[in-house]
Design a protein around this ligand. Sequence first.
Ligand code: OGA
Ligand code: MN
Length: 287
Amino acid sequence: MEIKTAQLHPLFCAKGKGIDMRSDNSPEKISALKSILDEFAVYAAPHKVPLTNEEHIAFSSLLGPIARKSAPKISGTGNRLPFDEIVDQSNLDGENKIFQNGDKRLAYKRANRQWHTDMSYRSNRATWSLLSAHVVPPDGGETELADMRAVYDDLPEKMKLSLEGLIAEHCYWHSRVLGGGPEPTSEERATRPPAQHPLVHTHPRSGRKVLYIASHVRGVLGMPQNEAMGLISELLTIATQPKYVFSYKWAVGDVLIWDNLATIHRGTDFDDQRYVRDMRRVTCREH
Ligand code: OGA
Ligand code: MN
């Protein structure tokens, strides 16, 4: 069955009309949705009422295997949402209270305001992320995304050649500290070891070449550290030029699906001491 879409950006991002993730779960619908994602890389589905956690997990599991919490939580994190499949992206603690400035759990969340792709620090990479909006602030808090297929296509040939075969090392803690979070303890560090991935990969479904970088990158194999970080920063600057970026303005009930193997994204600022922003993510993985 066809899904009606409107394109939101000249390069990527589609918005669905009339898809309901509670009921539109036939294999035909899922396969049509995957085709849309292969073309547009990002898909927004508005719903009048946010999906329940169970509905969110059930729909996501139709797309592929789901990532579960692989590690004990960062110390002090209360379990607001008792589901291993859900990443709590809100600014709320286990008692539904706003994290106060200075709380390291908030500092680590704010690190998501750097450009990244989800879970690139795992060897089994994230495919689609499904982020569901339960409460949105009146101002700010958009999610920005960049099309890394178009970015790669536009790179000068010389640069494409120089990137060929390079392997980057991605580490969760690298981006947490870079984003203003505290140094992890060695126990925390051990819960999320780094992973290595090619800087350029061929998308397993669309066959398009993609630049695979993130603020998680802490080095490039065989390259001196300052040269490697200079390269990553140069590539991020190229990739996040306005022509590659779409900014998604949230409404309660929206579910935004993005392809982590084709895009990068970041959260944007909002007054997280004043307003609640309750976003919940389920993440599919490669295998
Ligand atoms: C995420 C993420 C950004 C945002 O859920 O993976 O990076 O805008 N979110 O909440
Ligand atoms: Mn993310």
